[in-house]
Write a protein that binds this ligand. Structure first.
Ligand code: ATP
Length: 471
C-alpha cells in the first residue's frame, strides 16, 4: 500500500466546499436530473442527461480499456440482471445482505443505524448489539423522538418472474454484478481456455434498497458497477491482492484525481462482509467526508465453493502443470461507475477570477470530457464561416464527440465549454477564409494557437492519444 490509512493524516479540503455547487451545475448543464421530476421525483434515482451520459460512458470505457482491452488475462461478460433465485441464497445475500435499521417512534422515519450522529466510531460488534440505541441514548436526528431497537433490513429488491405473483416465482434484482461472473466461471474458462490467474470483468446495473440513500449520485438505489473477479491459485491470493490494490488506486490518479484526496482504508475483522478474508477500500475525500470509492476484496474460495456445493456442479480448476484440481480463490475489484463519474466531476471543479470575472471550469481528463472539441464561429453572420465550421465539426464527429455552437458571443461560448470540461475550442474567423487556418484554445491554460484547417482532425486524434498514453 502506498497511501496508508492513518487517522492522524491531515484532512485535505474537498474540491468543493458545498455539494450544492456540483448538484446545480449538473442540473443546469444537463449532466444529471432527478428521475421523474415532473411527478415530484423518485427518491434515490437519478437520470443522466446529454452530458452526463457521455461522461459516464467515458468512465466505463476507460475502465474497460484498463481492465479488459489492454490485458491478456481478463475477459468481459454481460450477465443478466435477473438470475436464478438460488444464486442469492447460496451467495449469502438472502441471509446476510442487510443493514441495521432503526425507526423513529413518533414520525416513523427510518435510518441506517451506522449513519446516525454519534455512531461514527462504533465497531460492527457494537452495531449488532440489540441494546445499542438504549446504551448510547440515540434519538431521532429529525425530531428527537425515541428510536426502535435495530433490526436487520435486507437490501435486495424482490419481484416476480412470470404472470403469477407467488413465493415460488420470487426473483431478485441483482445487488451486485459479481455473481454473474461466478456462475459463469466454468463457461468462460472453458470457452476461452484461460489459465490461472485470469479475470472476468463486468459493467452493469445493480439495485439496492438502501435505507438512507443520498448525497446526490453517491448512494442511490439503482446504480452501475464496474467489477472484476480475478481467479487465482489459493496460495497467490494474498500477493495478487496487494498488486491489484495500488493498481486500482493508480487508475483514479491517472485520470486526474488529486492524490491527497485518495487514501486506503482496511476493513476491521468484525466489519468484513460474510465472504471476505481481507477488504481494503480506496476512499475519496468527498465534500461530505472520506467515503468508499472502490473496494478490493480477497473473497477466498467462498463463492465458487458455495456454488459448487449448492449446484452439485464441479467448479474446480484443473492445473495441467501440477496435475492438481482445486477451487480457485477470488480477488475482486468492485467499483461504481456513478461514484467514479461523480468523483471525477467533483475533483475537476475549478473556480478562478479571470480579468475580473469568475471563471468556472471542469479540468476533466480529455478522455473523460463529454465533448472533446467545440467548433465556434467568430462571426455567425458570415455564411462561409458557418459553413467551414460545419465542415470541420462533421469531419471530427467520425472520430470523437464534437459540437458546434453559435448561440452567444465568443467569450460566452468559451465560458460555457469551460464549465462542461471541453478540452479544446476551435474558432473560425474571417482570416480563416483567407489563410486556411483556425485558432485552437486550450481549456486549462486558455492559450491560443493558430493551426492549419487541413489536418486538424489528425491533430485532435493525436492529442487524445497523447493524453491517454501512460495510463
Ligand atoms: P457502502 O459501504 O458505501 O454501502 P459497499 O461496501 O456495500 O458500499 P460494494 O458492495 O463493495 O459497496 O460495492 C462496490 C462499489 O459499488 C462501491 O465501492 C460503490 O462504488 C458502488 N456502490 C455500492 N452501493 C452503491 C449505491 N447504493 N449507489 C451507488 N454506488 C454504489
Amino acid at each position: 500500500m502506498t497511501a496508508q490509512t492513518d487517522p492522524a493524516q491531515h484532512d485535505p479540503a474537498p474540491a468543493v466546499a458545498n455539494l450544492e455547487t456540483i448538484v446545480s451545475l449538473a442540473k443546469r448543464r444537463g449532466f444529471v436530473f432527478p428521475s421523474s421530476e415532473i411527478y415530484g421525483g423518485i427518491n434515490a434515482v437519478w437520470d443522466y442527461g446529454p452530458l452526463g451520459v457521455e461522461l459516464k460512458n467515458n468512465v466505463k470505457r476507460a475502465w474497460w480499456r484498463a481492465m479488459v482491452q489492454e490485458r491478456d488475462d481478463i475477459v468481459g461478460l454481460d450477465a443478466g440482471i435477473l438470475m436464478h433465485p438460488q444464486v442469492w441464497v447460496t451467495s449469502g445475500h438472502v441471509e446476510s445482505f442487510t443493514d441495521p435499521l432503526v425507526e423513529c417512534r413518533t414520525d416513523n422515519r427510518r435510518f441506517r443505524l451506522d449513519e446516525l450522529p454519534g455512531t461514527e466510531r462504533l465497531s460492527q460488534t457494537d452495531l449488532r448489539d440489540p441494546r445499542i440505541v438504549e446504551r448510547l441514548r440515540l434519538r431521532c436526528p429529525v425530531d428527537g423522538g425515541e428510536l426502535s431497537p435495530p433490526r436487520r433490513f435486507n437490501l435486495m429488491f424482490r419481484t416476480f418472474m412470470g404472470p403469477v405473483e407467488e413465493d415460488a416465482s420470487v426473483v431478485y434484482l441483482r445487488p451486485e454484478t459479481a455473481q454473474g461472473a461466478y456462475v459463469n466461471f466454468r463457461n468462460v474458462q472453458q470457452s476461452t481456455r484461460k489459465k490461472l490467474p485470469f479475470g472476468i470483468a463486468q459493467v452493469g446495473k445493480a439495485f439496492r434498497n438502501e435505507i438512507t440513500p443520498g448525497n446526490f449520485v453517491f448512494r442511490t438505489r439503482e446504480f452501475e458497477q464496474m467489477e472484476m473477479q480475478y481467479f487465482v491459485r489459493p496460495e497467490r491470493a494474498a500477493e495478487l491482492f496487494e498488486e491489484w490494490l495500488p493498481r486500482r488506486h493508480a487508475w483514479y490518479l491517472s485520470y486526474g484525481v488529486t492524490p491527497e484526496r485518495l487514501r486506503y482504508r482496511e476493513h476491521a475483522p468484525d466489519e468484513l462482509a460474510h465472504y471476505a478474508r481481507k477488504a481494503v477500500d480506496v476512499e475519496y475525500r468527498f465534500p461530505f467526508g472520506w467515503k468508499e470509492l472502490e473496494g478490493v476484496h480477497n473473497r477466498g474460495d467462498w463463492d465458487l465453493g458455495r456454488h459448487a456445493e449448492a449446484s452439485g456442479e464441479n467448479l474446480s480448476y484443473f492445473d495441467p502443470a501440477t496435475n492438481e484440481s482445486f477451487i480457485p480463490f477470488i480477488v475482486e475489484t468492485a467499483a461504481g461507475a456513478d461514484r467514479a463519474a461523480f468523483t471525477f466531476l467533483i475533483d475537476a471543479y475549478r473556480e478562478e477570477v479571470v480579468r475580473g470575472e469568475k471563471r468556472v471550469s471542469l479540468a476533466l481528463h480529455p478522455d473523460l470530457a463529454p465533448y472533446k472539441v467545440a467548433v465556434l464561429p467568430l462571426l455567425k453572420k458570415r455564411p462561409e464561416i458557418v459553413e467551414l465550421c460545419q465542415k470541420i465539426v462533421a469531419d471530427l464527429r467520425t472520430d470523437m464527440m464534437a459540437v458546434y455552437d453559435d448561440t452567444a458571443s465568443i467569450g460566452k461560448l468559451y465560458r460555457r465549454q469551460d464549465e462542461i470540461g471541453t478540452p479544446w475550442c476551435v474558432t473560425v474567423d474571417v482570416d480563416s477564409l483567407e489563410d486556411g487556418a483556425l485558432t485552437i484554445r486550450q481549456r486549462d491554460s486558455m492559450e491560443q494557437q493558430r493551426v492549419p484547417v487541413e489536418g486538424v482532425k489528425r491533430l485532435f486524434v493525436d492529442r487524445l492519444a497523447a493524453a491517454r498514453s501512460g495510463i
